[in-house]
Design a protein around this ligand. Structure first.
Ligand SMILES: [Zn+2]
Length: 100
């Protein structure tokens, strides 16, 4: 059983490890000149569907699973992590991740 994230605003279901990219803030600032310490760690992650060829989809799915593991680990440490959907872009009202 994989993890599913359902957007409460548009009803999109994102299946981690099957069709979903998790774009975390750390990821977003990689390759930019912004220093990680300048980024708010509580900023929500952006969730979107993979639209890629099968080879790349495989890689992205594995990556999403790895990121989800890291997110679950930080939730267990009591950190708050949330996400928002690429269709709604409701960054102001992000959704919490389910605790496993
Ligand atoms: Zn949505």
């Amino acid at each position: 059983m994989g993890i599913e994230l359902k957007c409460p605003y548009c009803g999109s279901i994102y299946r981690i490890g099957q069709d979903t990219i998790i774009a975390t803030m750390d990821e977003a600032i990689r390759g930019t000149s912004i220093h990680p310490s300048m980024v708010d760690p509580n900023r929500p992650d952006l969730i979107t569907y993979i639209r890629s060829d099968p080879e790349r989809t495989k890689i992205l799915n594995q990556k999403a699973l790895d990121i989800m593991k890291a997110i679950q680990a930080s939730l267990k440490k009591g950190q708050s992590r949330s996400w928002y959907c690429h269709k709604c872009l409701n960054e102001k009202n992000p959704c919490p991740y389910p605790k496993l």
